[in-house]
Ligand binder design. Structure first.
Ligand SMILES: NC(=O)c1ccc[n+]([C@@H]2O[C@H](COP(=O)([O-])OP(=O)(O)OC[C@H]3O[C@@H](n4cnc5c(N)ncnc54)[C@H](OP(=O)(O)O)[C@@H]3O)[C@@H](O)[C@H]2O)c1
Length: 280
């Protein structure tokens, strides 16, 4: 097994390009221990970037993450998110403090605005800067920002410090390839691809199944390997199932051939015009 390749964020941190998501974790108290154990399996396999949010299970997912990283905070790169409805300057600071309490840590490595809401961007960026100064976050970024949002952010004081843009990106959602990804790439802003296997809906694709047979792996591993093949992209699949997590980890070791990439391009055509960014 090779090491998972790393990506350097504009903030200077090196992170694995394959991490773990947590949406829908923490919903049911009876599942929490297994979910935390599953995250630990992933961390042990090098998928040490963990993505969570105050929104997930209304803070419950952050509590699961706290359980998973107990005794190994320094092995993990923690990402959480503030809801747009909390994203005023004071609201962002308060939301972050609540997340830190649930995560049982002093600092979040990367703190994102979950999507654009009603508060002006300069208010949220001012809060992010204050949180960095106070040592409560190490860097910040955005999520679900299309090119026009990124351009507006660039005009805000301090806005160019944005660390990543987390967006919906997978074989079925290739819209960002035409404008958003080149825009971010030109500024060295990595894309964090959420729902990289389309929440499981990609897995019955015959094209993926056929390549999976060739490589003696699963459709999920192939779908993830395709995402990881894109430059400057970090994928954060969510799984609470240790077998699935091992298959997801295997994706980092797969090098798709040009004929396999052609087959995927035929089955999942790249966009022929710029489309608005989709979100889940
Ligand atoms: N910023 C945003 O607005 C936003 C939006 C959506 C998601 N996200 C983040 O991105 C993460 C990932 O996205 P997602 O959770 O929406 O979707 P996803 O990672 O594409 O898919 C998760 C689903 O696929 C299943 N799965 C995972 N690996 C599998 C495998 N190897 N084989 C078969 N099934 C597999 C999981 O079930 P099992 O648990 O049973 O494996 C789960 O039902 C989220 O958890 C969240 O952290 C962010």
């Amino acid at each position: 097994m090779k090491n998972i390749p790393t990506i350097k964020l504009s903030s200077g941190f090196n992170v694995p390009n394959l991490g773990q998501g947590t949406w829908y974790m923490g919903e049911d108290a009876r599942d929490r221990r297994a979910e935390a154990d599953a995250l630990r399996v992933g961390i042990d396999l090098g998928m040490s970037l963990i993505d969570t949010a105050e929104m997930y299970a209304s803070g419950g997912a952050e509590e699961v993450v706290a359980q998973a990283i107990q005794g190994q905070r320094n092995n993990v790169f923690l990402v959480s998110k503030v809801l747009p409805s909390n994203a005023s300057t004071d609201g962002t600071i308060k939301a972050c403090e609540e997340s830190l309490r649930r995560l049982q840590t002093d600092v979040i490595d990367l703190y994102l605005l979950h999507w654009r809401g009603g508060y002006p961007l300069d208010e949220t960026v001012a809060a992010f800067e204050a949180l960095i100064k106070a040592g409560k976050i190490r860097s910040w970024g955005v999520s679900n920002f299309d090119v026009d949002d990124m351009e507006e952010l660039a005009t805000v004081a301090g806005g160019s410090a944005v660390g990543v843009n987390q967006v919906l990106y997978n074989l079925k959602r290739r819209g960002p390839e035409l404008a958003l990804m080149p825009w971010c790439s030109a500024r060295n802003i990595p894309i964090m691809a959420y729902s990289p296997i389309e929440q499981g809906r990609l897995l019955n694709s015959p094209a993926l199944a056929s390549i999976a047979r060739e490589l003696e792996t699963t459709a999920a591993s192939v779908a993830l390997a395709w995402v990881l093949n894109q430059k400057g992209v970090i994928a954060i699949p969510k799984s609470s199932n240790p077998d699935h997590i091992r298959h997801n980890r295997n994706a980092a070791d797969i090098k798709l051939t040009s004929s396999q990439l052609d087959a995927l391009n035929n089955a999942f055509e790249p966009p022929d015009r710029i489309l608005p960014l989709e979100m889940l």
